[in-house]
Design a protein around this ligand. Structure first.
Ligand SMILES: Nc1ncnc2c1ncn2[C@@H]1O[C@H](COP(=O)(O)OP(=O)(O)OP(=O)(O)O)[C@@H](O)[C@H]1O
Length: 597
């Protein structure tokens, strides 16, 4: 066999034998092996039987391609000229037009009508008393920005796009896809895209406006808030992916919403949180003490040194929102021209003046997640900030994952670590299993459309998609717990209190005051004392809490049915019987053994 060096091709088009002496596969294998060893040693593993089979009869073409891609034998091209993803002399940016066409092919032409009720449908599962916390997980890809469009060359073109609306199945009644088309340049030097599909409740494209998004995702949360419950929407994603744009847009829409209704009082608070440091953005006293968030013995979340701003009407709320936005923007530019380095938390409270029941709506603009590449140039202070941000984001994801897992039938005993972080502690109701105050949470995953960000976008989408629990999938088949006060209607609450306390409470209708069980659960002790007097009010309050804590520790079978006290007693007696039977058997055996020896 001829020495491969003597067949040395010094240029892409030279000396490559079309019908070479070394025509047999083994000789070509050695030749290609030598080539990789010299020009691309890190890929030497690729010379294997699979490759040889694939290129059988076309080894000369393969060799030509290698020369084009990695340079003539012995003169490898510098690494910097190789495109990411395995390209040759040309980079991904050089194939912009072809890749844009390939991405366009992946986009469906006609989409069926959109289902506009996903958040509400999930709320109905809650309304049955079957689930206390539901998650709707959406994604939004922002448009390419004018300055990005103006950039010549590079990877400033869109590869993340909304895809199909998926046909419904019982476990996935409504699903939309987000596609991430990762551009690559193949060994033949041709561009291609690898399409990854991610499923969400809603996938919003660059044409969707904040107002569209508000209607589908946040309007139902306003209803929650007005009913004394809890709604949370937060934006999560890479720095510069559009979180602040989305959450600010949602707050603007909220100012114009139905949140102002007769008989309710609206308050607004805006906090900024970085690790354990919490700042009240709307504090009027410059010497205000640091904000503190903690948990009371009875499980309520208490905040200290937080300014609460009453809003008489929409223009008062607008003024506060725009002050919070501008303060947040100033803080961001002081530190970094582009980035919010802390979580921004807007809290709207709606108090029913008659009943005192307060609903809450949280609009949370999370600090941007950063990859190692993004934070390479940070100084030590910025690195410490990044660490804090990444820690709290990972805790938040862990809590959502654990809470959604706890919604799967048969998944008992799951720990949700919401106390590890002030952000998750603040929105504890979302994570507490069996929390009497029901919560609807919307997770908005923001991604950049750019080819240069596609790896980060894929990671973000890959992580957030599975957090979604399909409507009715969760514990949809759970047996309703009739003993849990959170499930009582107004009439049931009246009947239960009458059964337990008879005439002791006096006028039971006045005591219950038209509140449902879940509303009664969220009343503080002092309200019970006002309703029933110090002695009886306290008795009813303690009785309610005993029922609530029993409901929280109630055991269930895998099929979702409740294990009642009687069932537990039967189980206990059966265990005793089995133990006694075993003991008797052993006693009998021992008797026989004694006889034998
Ligand atoms: N849907 C959109 N339409 C138009 N412009 C958008 C959209 N989304 C984002 N932008 C623009 O993109 C830029 C970055 O967005 P934004 O500041 O919201 O990102 P971010 O994710 O909050 O970043 P960071 O985490 O660094 O704060 C802004 O100039 C914003 O106006």
């Amino acid at each position: 066999m001829e020495d491969p060096q003597t067949l040395n091709a010094t240029g892409a088009d030279e000396n490559v034998p079309c019908n070479p002496d070394v025509a047999d596969s083994e000789a070509w294998r050695l030749k290609i092996f030598e080539y990789y060893k010299t020009n691309q040693p890190s890929k030497i593993k690729m010379v294997n039987s699979k490759m040889m089979e694939k290129w059988a009869g076309k080894y000369d073409v393969l060799y030509q391609n290698l020369i084009k891609k990695y340079g003539p034998l012995g003169k490898p091209l510098p690494v910097s000229s190789l495109a990411p993803g395995g390209g040759g002399k040309k980079s991904i940016g050089d194939f912009k037009d072809s890749i844009v066409k390939l991405v366009a092919k992946a986009v469906p032409e006609h989409l069926p009508e959109r289902n506009v009720g996903v958040v509400k449908a999930k709320a109905e599962v809650q309304a049955n008393g079957l689930e206390t916390s539901t998650f709707t997980v959406c994604s939004r890809v922002r448009p390419i920005l004018p300055h990005e469009l103006e950039q010549e060359g590079g990877e400033n073109f869109a590869v993340v796009v909304p895809g199909q609306r998926i046909d419904p199945t019982p476990s996935k009644p409504y699903t939309e896809e987000m596609l991430a088309c990762t551009p690559k340049v193949g060994i033949t030097g041709k561009p291609k895209v690898e399409t990854s599909r991610f499923e969400f409740d809603y996938a919003f494209g660059p044409d969707s406006t904040n107002s569209d998004i508000y209607k589908l995702t946040t309007e139902p949360l306003v209803e929650r808030c007005l009913n004394g419950q809890c709604g949370v929407i937060f934006a999560y994603g890479q720095t510069g992916s559009g979180k602040t744009h989305t959450m600010n847009g949602i707050m603007d829409e909220l100012c114009e919403s139905d949140i102002f209704k007769e008989g309710s009082e609206v308050d607004f608070t805006y906090l900024e949180m970085l690790g354990a440091d919490i700042k009240d953005c709307l504090a009027t006293d410059p010497k205000a003490k640091p904000v503190a968030i903690g948990e009371a013995l009875d499980g309520r979340i208490l905040t200290r040194n937080v300014s609460v701003h009453p809003c008489a009407d929409s223009s008062a709320l607008k003024a506060l929102v725009s002050r919070a936005k501008s303060l947040r923007a100033t803080a961001a530019t002081e530190k970094n021209a582009a980035s919010s380095r802390a979580h921004g938390i807007g809290i709207i409270s709606c108090k029913d003046v008659e009943t005192g029941v307060t609903g809450k709506l949280y609009v949370i603009d999370l600090a941007g997640s950063e990859s190692a590449k993004d934070s390479k140039k940070h100084d030590s202070k910025r690195m410490a900030e990044t660490k804090q941000i990444n820690l709290s984001l990972s805790n938040l994801k862990e809590c959502i994952r654990a809470r959604t897992m706890a919604s799967e039938p048969g998944m008992g005993g799951i720990h949700v670590p919401y106390r590890r972080n002030k952000l998750t502690l603040l929105i504890k109701d979302v994570f507490e299993i069996g929390c009497p105050r029901i919560c609807s949470t919307v997770v908005m995953t923001n991604v950049s459309p750019l080819a240069s960000d596609v790896a980060h976008s894929c990671n973000t989408l890959k992580y957030s998609g599975p957090l979604r629990v399909a409507v009715g999938k969760g514990k949809g088949n759970l047996q309703k717990d009739e003993e849990d006060p959170a499930n009582w209607t107004v009439q049931e609450a009246e009947a239960r209190i009458t059964d337990a306390f008879g005439s002791e409470v006096g006028d039971v209708k006045a005591f219950v005051g038209g509140l449902s069980g879940v509303q009664l659960c969220s009343l503080p002790e002092k309200d019970y004392l006002v309703r029933g007097g110090n002695e009886v009010g306290k008795k009813v309050y303690l009785w309610m809490w005993a029922l609530i804590s029993d409901a929280k520790t109630r055991r269930r079978r895998d099929d979702g049915t409740i294990i009642t006290k009687e069932d537990e007693e039967k189980e206990r007696l059966e265990l005793i019987r089995q133990k006694e039977e075993k003991a008797a058997l052993w006693a009998e055996r021992e008797k026989h053994l004694r006889k034998e020896f």
